[in-house]
Design a protein around this ligand. Structure first.
Ligand code: GDP
Ligand code: MG
Length: 463
């Protein structure tokens, strides 16, 4: 989805004027991309109409105001962005565990969705954030379920509870939660079974466990790869085990996220995390705006910030400095170069491919690092060559030094300095332009991120 949408949007930004024809072409591509990624047909149709209406209205309003020509591309891009955000944002705040009390979380979902794996990931997540965290295995249906949880928990050094002999999941859940409550644990995560057949029995079991442990938050674990089926499945679960949050798993690999988007829309329930791999660190916090901006190739500022905080443990001094710069909104090309090189290093110190790490970096469009690891590395190296060809004063600038301006102060194109850098680095002017756009986006986001609640996208569209 990301690559296709990004393609459509960059086509848009290459078009000299945005007329009805260009808009229609974009909407067509947008529709196709959403359908292809398993978003529900009705949702897609309504999104398409909303974007169209919004764009028309914006353009009419600005024409009526008689003010200066608005940037039509920005209007379209913003409309697409806002509508996609609305699609994944039901406007409901998920439960947030509170320190100093017992917060009971319960995972539900069909077998194989990734519940047990996700429970461990969640436990690790909350433990890292200072909660006393533990796991309860209430899956007595699947052979080896307790062993699996035990193994995960042991590896992650998380206390756990379960039984080889007790066959009543409700009894185990109650005993486990009770025990951990007494021991003053703060996040108690209950893993349940999820069979394929006997659905009504499964639902009865879930309700019984839920009544026994009274979870503060029930989480539906949803496998992204089930596509269109996600909508029906989530509705069925919502009706019996009313969940307050969704975690979408297996968004690594080739899963299409559209089913998950439809599930959110169908159940008006927020996604809280995404599972992006089998390892216990492969959990990403979900937030509508960064999710969509990533989808549209604008990077994930919040994800990056969190990632850098994690990195701070490995390399405290430099990373802290960088995070501070970001917070203060001071961001030069030199900083961008440092980011690029730290991405290269992260790959060595941090488990994960270059494309995965790069996908978190604002300004690196989704899909840019797709392809083989070698291709991604090459692309990254070329970006570094460009910064290597810059002079000191250029590196210390925000990049505007490479542009020529019209009388009104709007950048109209790259100047001789930029051409010199392209020549000197053996790259193209287009690549230089891309890099500058990335750095500029990063700087813009950094400024916005100065506030507590992350960044605001409007800045990107109305710089
Ligand atoms: P459960 O039956 O719902 O408890 O599912 P499990 O936690 O046992 O997971 C089923 C399979 O999916 C296991 O092989 C997991 O390693 C795998 N899995 C879970 N989450 C993810 C994910 O985010 N990405 C990938 N690639 N695999 C996952
Ligand atoms: Mg399981």
């Amino acid at each position: 989805l990301g690559a296709r949408l990004h393609g459509a949007l960059s086509q848009l930004s290459r078009a000299p004027v945005v007329d009805d024809q260009v808009l229609d072409a974009l909407l067509k591509e947008l529709t196709a991309a959403l359908l292809e990624s398993d978003v529900n047909v009705k949702l897609v149709a309504s999104l398409r109409n909303k974007v169209k209406t919004k764009v028309k209205k914006s353009l009419e309003e600005s024409a009526a105001a008689g003010g200066r020509e608005v940037n039509r591309k920005n209007v379209v891009q913003k409309a697409v962005f806002d509508e996609l955000v609305a699609l994944v944002d039901p406007g409901v705040e998920p439960y947030k565990p509170i320190k100093g009390k017992a917060n009971v979380l319960m995972a539900v979902g069909i077998q194989g969705a990734g519940k047990t794996t996700t429970c461990t990931k969640l436990a690790v997540h909350y433990q890292r954030r200072g909660f006393r965290t533990c796991l309860v295995c209430a899956d007595t249906f699947r052979a080896g379920a307790f062993d699996q949880l035990k193994q995960n928990a042991t590896k992650a050094k998380i206390p756990f509870y379960g039984s080889y002999t007790e066959t009543d999941p409700v009894a185990i859940a109650s005993l486990g939660v009770e025990k951990f409550r007494k021991e003053r644990f703060e996040v108690i995560i209950v893993d349940t079974s999820g069979r394929h057949k006997q659905e009504s029995e499964l639902f009865e079991e879930m309700v019984a466990i839920s009544n026994a442990v009274k979870p503060d938050m029930t989480i539906m674990v949803l496998d992204a790869s089930i596509g269109q089926a996600a909508e029906g499945q989530s509705r069925a679960f919502k009706d019996s085990a009313d969940f307050g949050a969704i975690i979408v798993t297996k968004l690594d690999g080739h899963a299409k996220g559209g089913g998950a988007i439809s599930a959110v829309a169908a159940t008006k329930t927020p996604i809280i995390f995404l599972g992006t791999g089998e390892h216990m660190n492969d959990l990403e916090r979900f937030a509508p705006q960064p999710f969509v901006s990533k989808l549209l190739g604008m990077g994930d500022m919040q994800g990056l910030m969190e990632h850098m905080q994690d990195m701070a443990r490995a390399n405290p001094e430099r990373q802290k400095e960088m995070a501070k710069k970001l917070e203060q909104g001071k961001f030069s090309l030199r900083d961008w170069r440092e980011q690029l090189s730290s991405i290269m290093n992260m790959r060595l110190t941090y488990r994960g491919s270059l494309s995965k790490i790069a996908s978190m970096i604002p300004g690196l469009p989704a899909g840019v690092m797709d392809g083989s690891e070698e291709e991604a590395t090459m692309k990254m190296k070329r970006l570094m060559f460009i910064t290597d060809a810059m002079r000191q004063d250029e590196l210390d600038s925000d990049g505007l030094i490479f542009f020529s301006f019209d009388k009104a102060g709007h950048p109209v194109g790259l100047n001789r300095r930029a051409r010199r850098v392209a020549r000197g680095s053996g790259t193209s002017l287009r690549e230089v332009e891309e890099l500058l756009a990335q750095a500029r986006m990063m700087a813009g986001m950094a400024r916005q991120a100065g506030g507590q609640n992350g960044w605001c996208v409007s800045h990107l569209f109305h710089p």
